[in-house]
Design a protein around this ligand. Sequence first.
Ligand SMILES: [Ca+2]
Ligand SMILES: [Ca+2]
Ligand SMILES: [Ca+2]
Length: 124
Amino acid sequence: MKKSHLLPLALTMGMSLALAGTVHAQATPQVELTPEHFKQLDRNGDGGVSRDEYEAFMRESFNKLDTDGNKRLSKAEASAVLSAEQFDAVDANNDGELTLDEFIAHTMRDFDRHDYDGDGVLQP
Ligand SMILES: [Ca+2]
Ligand SMILES: [Ca+2]
Ligand SMILES: [Ca+2]
């Protein structure tokens, strides 16, 4: 298996959210990171997605998913973007809910894993 085109989990989640929130035309389970998607994450338009941009997007994603506003994601709330297995992986303390800290900790690990050259920026 080549890993080159594998998406960070968080990007997949974020893109699913972005798609769910706006255009609902093509709800593909495995979202490709198209240039359009990348532009949504690249807020300052410098052609790369920095840690700050990534984290900001994930915080917004968390808040969108938290439909009852209790600052935790239940499995049901996260089910739009996370499989049960993914949920368990993000739920570090296994209490059945995701806090923002758990969510960000996981998505930023994803970021680092995909930042191959370690410069703190994801390139398209
Ligand atoms: Ca940028
Ligand atoms: Ca909630
Ligand atoms: Ca938890």
